[in-house]
Design a binder for this molecule. Structure first.
Ligand code: OAD
Length: 243
């Protein structure tokens, strides 16, 4: 009998259309803290209370201190074997979409091309007045950065709790989930919506669904295949024996 890894490898080799959803777990082995693990705290603040429009309104300097800490941390890190393997997988599959909840930019750094960053990007900032978006890789943006065009306050171009996803990116993610033959979720607790429902959308449309995670999640029972293990070890295994 075939094990889960063999079944997934075989399905990937036959597939013309594959979608992958990643979460914080894929970057954990690069050194990026996850949200709900024991490391989901910063200076004793719950990070989920800082990533809100209310927190920015009440204390923008505190929120920027948190984001400058994240920028500075992530600027010193790089992609790992799991990010690299997904970039390689993309070159072998005719239609491949990488949907990520991560804002760290490590998928692009590893060479992935067709990426939907549904929660935004840490390296982009947006003016709260004129909405201009700028790419800025500075590890530290200063305590209260301002827009070079209108002088308004800049904020990270990420989706905070209580905010909606960009409707265009959400639609593309839904389309990619509904049209794929194989959908893999990697390193996500599958709690935050609407990302968490994408694998369900894929399953309803007839895709083979697989989950790669250190542990079982609330979604495991709905998945066709559950591969338990570190992403950095499991994801490269998808390419094994592929000529
Ligand atoms: P979580 O922190 O909720 O979950 C991380 C998942 O990764 C857990 O299920 C871990 O078991 C798993 N994990 C940890 N290390 C791993 C490893 N080395 N290999 C494989 N799996 C591993 O992160 P997300 O699901 O990404 O949203 O969280 C979703 C969203 O919640 C984030 O994008 C963020 C947060 O609030 C926003 O900021 C809008």
């Amino acid at each position: 009998m075939q094990n889960g890894m063999d079944r997934l490898r075989e399905a990937l080799r036959k597939a013309a259309c594959v979608s992958v959803l990643t979460g914080a777990g894929i970057s954990a082995e690069s050194g990026v803290p996850t949200f709900r693990g024991a490391d989901g705290l910063w200076e004793n603040y719950n990070v989920m209370e800082l990533a809100t429009p209310e927190a920015f309104e009440n204390d923008p300097e505190l929120v920027w201190r948190f984001y400058n800490w994240r920028r500075s941390l992530i600027s010193r890190l790089t992609f790992n074997a799991a990010h690299k393997a997904l970039a390689e997988l993309e070159t072998r599959i005719p239609r491949f979409t990488l949907i990520t909840q991560n804002v760290d930019g490590l998928h692009a750094k590893a060479g992935s091309r067709n990426i939907l960053e549904i929660h935004g990007n840490l390296w982009k900032v947006r003016c709260v007045e004129c909405s201009m978006i700028v790419l800025d890789h500075s590890p530290d943006m200063g305590h209260l950065p301002r827009c070079s065009r209108c002088g308004g306050f800049l904020r990270p171009h990420v989706v905070w709790f209580g905010e909606s996803l960009d409707p265009d990116i959400l639609q593309k993610s839904l389309d990619a989930s509904r049209s794929c033959e194989v959908m893999i979720t990697i390193g996500t607790s599958a709690i935050v919506q609407p990302a968490a429902s994408l694998a369900m959308e894929a399953r309803r449309s007839g895709a083979l669904t697989a989950e790669i995670n250190l542990e079982r999640t609330g979604h495991s029972e709905f998945m066709d295949l559950v591969l338990l293990g570190k992403a950095g070890e499991t994801v490269p295994g998808l390419l094994e024996g592929w000529s």
